[in-house]
Ligand binder design. Sequence first.
Ligand code: OXD
Ligand code: MN
Length: 598
Amino acid sequence: MTDNKKLISWVNEIQELCQPDNIHWCDGSDLEYNSMITAAVEKGIAIPLNPEKRPGCYLFRSHPSDVARVEKRTFISSKNKSDAGPTNNWIDPTELKKTMSTLYSGCMHGRTMYVIPFSMGPVGSPLSKIGVEITDSPYVVINMRIMTRIGTKVLDVLGSEGEFVPCLHSVGYPLSPGQFDPEWPCAPMEQKYISHFTDERLIWSYGSGYGGNALLGKKCFALRIASVQARDEGWMAEHMLILKITSPEGVSKYITGAFPSACGKTNLAMLVPTIPGWKVETVGDDIAWMRFGKDGRLYAINPEAGFFGVAPGTSYQSNPNAMACVEKNTIFTNVALTDDDDVWWEGIGYEAPDHLIDWKGNDWYKATSTEPAAHPNSRFTTPASQCPVISPDWIAEDGVPISAILIGGRRPSTIPLVNESFSWNHGVFLGSIMGSEITAATISDQIGKVRRDPFAMLPFMGYHIGDYFSHWLDIGKKTSVDKLPRIYNVNWFRKNPEGKFIWPGYGENSRILKWVFERIDGKAEAIKTPIGNLPTVDSLDLGGLNVSKSEIADILSVDKDKWIKEAEDIGNYYQIFEDKLPIELANELDSLKKRLVE
Ligand code: OXD
Ligand code: MN
């Protein structure tokens, strides 16, 4: 198995604390995966889907109280409260460990404890990092095998002295002898804790079996813990997709993109261009780790091995490549089940059949049911290797060189379709203020206000967000300007006065990627405005697009009055950073204000 002393003693310690009935070291083999799936089917927690329509696919249903990441139960437990910053929940590590140790004590009674060695990034790559997740959830093992690289090969690379991030997870539902084990065991909300002991690089998660709360390689390790490692080691761990774009002449560039959850990252990563001759391939859809290469450029890897995508809204129209991924070997969670054992969800692109079993396991009738059949945060877990447009470079050990970084949220007004930053620091300024307008679906008393989500990292920051801005600024000082990626603010979500989206999005976003590509090569035109360099209408390839030139001109214009208000709002927002707001960003805001009244 392993002779890594640190690992052996940690596993022993957790075994003593959690008292499982059995312990299983995951080897990552097909045999192991298949036997875990078979056991889950026999226990009634996995439903096999129609093997002719979806071979190798299974449906799981979570408890209705455990359906998403729980930000209010997520903690950055640094020694000093000030290191967690104003945007994170904080509890003193000694106190939190005491509370959680009580919960963990005996929490695996009646269960098997699985030890999952996993690699974030290709196994053995110099850019990869190793974690070990201990969990009592077979669902977690099954999903971790798709989302990361797991098993003996990882232990081989770890060796006897290698470093790893310990990730402890329990569903928080010990069983006394003879006690009934529900389909989806989990703990009540007030006992859920998703905790990050950042000084020790340690993750403790208790009480939830869902997504980012439980698949600890993803948000907990690859973003929250990795962001702290990246700060200390001079690299970047970002909530970004990575794509490769190739021109009709066969020239390729790599672009990353930071967008908050539910802004179409997976769709953009797998986009099918509508402009002839251009090709987009996927490197990653959620997380990018970037480091400087020997040539002074930033190189990115996708630390994950699968996609954990939101199902509703995914269709052959919106994302044919994701639909192709999920045709086989995919785990579905909380989608609806058809009478012929296929899946269905809202926005799948075809009508619901008359009858379904909904995500809660109840009958659902098209004629009479008023609730969604699939949970809005229902998911597919699918291997990245199955994506028809996966780039062969997605497993490149040294990563791919990044030419541009896109950033953007959902802003119905003010923010133009695309805006090129003047400089790295100006790009960091745009990243620090990005966000989405609050709609009725979120917090009703704040409708119309902007919820800022810097670089889409708000729920995923492992330290003080002001220090994170300084880290971005420092990265910009480490190489020459011509080697840094250019930063572009995009906004696909502008609305007309009738409340309809102006820009059609999806594959049409290739037109913006083309402009970015040509800007980098010094070929596309732009006009300097107070907020950044905007495309001229004629510099965009708009052939065959069904949007009027006046509407395009509108989403490419700068409304100075709105921007003066925006600048005021940014000033108010910046106050939360107190003395941690880098002077460079304060200066960027001042310069913006001056340019707006010139
Ligand atoms: C995700 C998220 O699941 O960002 O990727 O919420
Ligand atoms: Mn995400």
